[in-house]
Ligand binder design. Structure first.
Ligand code: VG1
Ligand code: CO
Length: 549
């Protein structure tokens, strides 16, 4: 029911509010257009009504974001629309801040109907940069495609939204106020998350690591994880003050991409290769769901990190003491975790790119730990990937095994072989050309098996299609894959999170028993031969990728 005092305000639809891999992500100025946020949020609520929740008067909605430019203003707008739509309770993180994993924890712990996250994740922030909105459902995870497509359909025909008038809420002080039929509560954005972490990890055990002199540098990249990492890693685990660097959340992330990879966290990479390097380096993205792990002079590839966490979790992390029901990875992610799973007879699932595809597997009890090559790692403790969790997982493993990161990584390669893996991104491509290249290649795929490529033979070539084993839903065109007879894979897909033109992501993997080969040398033949298939020079006019991770 709409609150009696709320106003019905006329609006006109926008045609571009289709959520991508992870919510609606656009240039900030697009979000600043009249009623742009209002329309989208009302479309979410209209979709909820259509899917059976007619009445919000007994429902709770959670609201927060990563603190980027426009976060605070958008919160005030959404509060009025949520109250206008009659939610009984609306929770807002203090300062308008909630990390993406914490949002998932709050929704689950408090049995909320859902949550609205204001973030463009690892994309830069600021008036000339990016903003985003994402809706998370009752299980704490991103809304599935069936839901986001309905939001999009609603957004194309919307002609009114509901809003309740009241002065802006003071979001910097915890406490509750009543407006209309709604109670708005400003909550501590750390509490639920820390409670979930403390049930998985043994903080006392882990603090011994730091007592033994272990040194960590945690780069929050001026995103939201600063507040979480300071509280957990410095205060609870006793890491020395200053362990967390760039810990204050800035609206423009200090002008940088808050994206934890070797390119955008280059300072941290440099620190880790100096003679006085600490034992471990870690970084998280703007909204706190991505992570990068570094040892001394050693970058841990996300696929390896996922596999190593899965390999040691049941023995080193109390929350997984009962073992893993299953593991999952997105299709382009390296197959390192498959080998760990195979050895222990653990089921391993391959899903399309995007965290939303893990949700059903976890809800159904089929998957405990999962991850993506894009620096996303997580488990069924929540329904989002979780950067701080990944760092804590590594700390717990290091504390229990008493080995260095290098020893753990090399030990993994020795036991399971090594996935030499790289992703090459070609950003800002002309959308039409990029789509045409993919369409043309797709049409040719069935003729490829049998051809020679990079000294191997193509044994399979397809456009990945996924049938969700839980609800049977089918997602097609999820990425072109070309598989060789030695297990090497070349994968290409267009990004669903970019905000300018098209981004082509190329993924290369080659598996060998030896772990000590230079990665460039190992992947060069795959990279060169795929350039032709994807017409990277001839049609896309690129000599080099924009970013290599
Ligand atoms: C990218 C990554 C994907 C990740 C998504 C959201 O999507 O490839 O693995 O789930 O970003 O991550 P795409 O469609 O651009 O390739 V986050 O941290 O930005 O919410
Ligand atoms: Co993110």
């Amino acid at each position: 029911m709409i609150h009696a005092a709320s106003r019905t305000i006329d609006t006109k639809p926008y045609s571009d509010q289709r959520p991508g891999t992870s919510g609606l992500r656009k240039k900030t100025r697009i979000f600043l257009q009249p009623n742009y946020i209002e329309n989208f949020v009302q479309s979410v609520f209209d979709t909820l009504r259509e899917t059976g929740i007619q009445d919000f008067s007994r429902e709770m909605l959670v609201l927060g974001g990563d603190g980027r430019f426009y976060n605070r203003a958008a919160i005030q707008i959404i509060l009025k629309i949520a109250a206008g739509n009659g939610f009984e309770q609306i929770l807002v993180g203090r300062g308008g801040l909630v990390s993406t994993p914490a949002m998932s924890a709050i929704i689950r712990r408090r049995s909320a109907l859902g949550g609205i996250l204001l973030t463009a994740s690892h994309n830069p922030g600021g008036i000339e940069a990016d903003f985003g909105i994402k809706y998370n459902i009752q299980n704490g995870g991103p809304a599935p495609e069936s839901f986001t497509e309905r939001i999009f359909a609603k957004s194309r025909e919307i002609n009114r939204f509901y809003s309740l008038d009241f002065p802006d809420i003071d979001i910097d002080r915890e406490g509750s106020v009543s407006v209309g039929g709604s109670q708005i509560s400003v909550i501590n954005p750390l509490e639920d998350y820390i409670s979930v972490m403390s049930r998985i990890f043994d903080f006392n055990n882990m603090s011994e690591l730091f007592q033994r002199g272990f040194r960590l540098v945690f780069d929050a990249m001026h995103g939201i994880t600063g507040i979480y990492a300071r509280e957990i890693i410095e205060k609870k685990l006793g890491a020395s003050p200053g362990t967390v660097i760039r810990g204050n959340a800035l609206v423009d992330f200090g002008g940088l991409h808050p994206d934890p990879n070797q390119v955008h966290a280059a300072n941290l990479v440099r620190m880790m290769s100096s003679s006085s390097a600490p034992d471990m380096g870690a970084a998280c993205d703007g909204d706190g769901d991505r992570n990068m792990i570094l040892g001394r002079n050693l970058f841990v590839s996300p696929g390896d990190s996922l596999a190593i966490i899965a390999q040691h979790a049941s023995e080193c992390i109390p929350g997984y003491g009962a073992g893993l029901a299953g593991v999952a990875r997105s299709m382009p992610t390296s197959t390192a975790i498959d080998r760990v799973a195979a050895e222990s007879g653990t089921p391993c699932y391959e899903t399309p790119t995007g965290w939303k595809f893990f949700g059903n597997l976890m809800d159904d009890g089929r998957c405990t730990i999962c991850g993506e090559e894009s620096f996303g790692t997580g488990s069924d403790h929540i329904r989002e990937k979780d950067g701080v969790w990944a760092v804590l997982s590594w700390l717990a493993i290091l504390a229990a095994r008493r080995r260095s990161i290098e020893e753990l990584v090399k030990g993994h390669w020795q036991a399971y072989g090594r996935s030499y893996f790289q992703r090459h991104d070609y950003e800002g491509l002309e959308s039409r050309a990029a789509n045409e290249v993919i369409d043309e290649l797709r049409a040719k795929l069935s003729s490829l098996p049998g051809s020679v490529l990079a000294g191997g033979k193509i044994i399979a070539a397809d456009d990945f299609q996924y049938t969700d084993p839980v609800d049977g839903s089918v997602s097609s065109q999820q990425g072109i894959r070309i598989i060789l007879n030695d297990g090497s894979r070349i994968i290409g897909r267009l990004s669903g999170t970019g905000t300018v033109g098209a981004t082509l992501r190329m993924y290369y993997e080659r598996v060998l028993n030896r772990g000590d080969e230079p990665i460039q040398k190992m992947l060069k033949p795959l990279i060169e031969s795929s350039c032709e298939y994807f017409q990277i020079r001839s049609r896309l006019n690129r000599e080099q990728p924009t970013v290599i991770t």
